[in-house]
Design a protein around this ligand. Structure first.
Ligand SMILES: Cc1cc2ncn([C@H]3O[C@H](COP(=O)(O)O)[C@@H](O)[C@H]3O)c2cc1C
Ligand SMILES: O=C(O)c1cccnc1
Length: 318
């Protein structure tokens, strides 16, 4: 497991102080460069290869009528990703990220978590491994996203099981739930929390509620940490998935940035418990990794300044 390299981060901070600008004037662009320096172990961090991984899965909880769009849309969107027609394709292109989509047994939805375990142990273990194996060891940064109809309900259940609070605290409109769907979402999460109230480890929480893509996100976050690759998480659904790892290790997400503040209300609560400031806030609420891809543009801006600017000495200023 790679840890934050304080010496590289300090060197980066010292360099920021020497660049031709008033100290601190690039604001968070400066601290983002330091973050990258520490996690890459390099005072001049680079993003030559940005990898974006979108994990897709289907969910038995959709039987409870928690989703405005039908579950068929998951596979249809995967086809759209492969054809280049989704928002994430455009954003990865402009941000310079290589996108891979990992469809996880879409014809075999997880079990309805109000009725039993969403994922049996072998399926859970295999899904975590799929996430680990998908990470390119040569990546300089990893962006994570998901696609799965029903996922805003799964995310609410995972967040409540991990961080406490009621179903109503975490449930939001997702793709556009009306009042009736909202009530069914809250009832489904409540029922799940009752059924699985003994779930106390990351593995038991992931197995209880699923899904495969959430388990894969956890696997990718763990693998990136082993490899010393910083991660950009997407919005509510992605953060709720990765957040489960904090049950076992409260520092498990130290190498992760939150790409954006989603408009999904539960994300605000999640951001507060994760104690991280999102890179951007654009009122997006899509998923797919789109907020992470927009954040990569900002990160690239930060590193262009960090690496390309002249120092006061070089420019003969001051
Ligand atoms: C066309 C379309 C494209 C999407 N891309 C991401 N999501 C997002 O919506 C889903 C969660 O919302 P809910 O819980 O309301 O089903 C996830 O798949 C998420 O990635 C989409 C949803 C739709 C309909
Ligand atoms: O923030 C998210 O991840 C999100 C919000 C609404 C719908 N899909 C995803």
């Amino acid at each position: 497991m790679k840890e934050f390299d304080d010496a590289a981060a300090t060197k980066a901070r010292n360099r920021q102080a020497e660049l031709t600008k008033p100290p601190g004037s690039l604001g968070r662009l400066e601290t983002l460069a330091e973050f990258m320096a520490g996690w890459q172990g390099n005072a001049r961090p680079r993003i030559d290869r940005a990898q974006a991984l979108v994990f897709a899965g289907n969910h038995g909880i959709t039987a409870q009528g928690v989703n405005p769009f039908p579950p068929e849309v998951t596979a249809q969107m995967v086809a759209n990703f492969e054809a280049g027609g989704a928002a994430i394709n455009q954003l990865c292109r402009v941000a310079g990220a290589d996108l891979s989509v990992v469809a996880m047994d879409l014809d075999r939805p997880t079990a309805d978590f109000t009725q039993g375990m969403a994922l049996e142990v072998p399926d859970l273990v295999a899904s975590i491994q799929t996430g680990k194996d998908a990470v390119d060891p040569d990546a300089d940064i990893l962006l994570l996203g998901e696609m799965g109809i029903g996922n805003s309900t799964v995310a609410a259940a995972l967040a409540a099981a991990t961080f406490g609070g009621t179903a109503a605290d975490w449930v939001g409109p997702g793709t556009g739930a009306d009042e009736a769907i909202m009530q069914r979402k809250i009832a489904a999460v409540d029922a799940g929390l009752k059924r699985h109230k003994g779930a106390a480890s990351a593995a038991s929480i992931l197995g209880s509620y699923g899904g495969r893509e959430q388990a894969a996100i956890c696997g990718a976050v763990i693998r990136a940490r082993e490899l010393g690759i910083p991660v950009i998480l997407d919005g509510f659904i992605c953060c709720a998935a990765a957040g489960v790892l904090m049950v076992n290790d409260r520092n498990a997400l130290d190498h992760c940035l939150i790409g954006h503040a989603s408009a999904e209300p539960g994300h605000r609560r999640l951001i507060a418990v994760l104690k991280k400031e999102p890179v951007v806030g654009l009122d997006m609420r899509l998923g797919e990794g789109t907020g992470a891809a927009v954040a990569l543009l900002i990160l690239r801006a930060a590193l262009e300044c960090h690496n390309g600017m002249a120092t006061f000495a070089e420019a003969g200023i001051g």
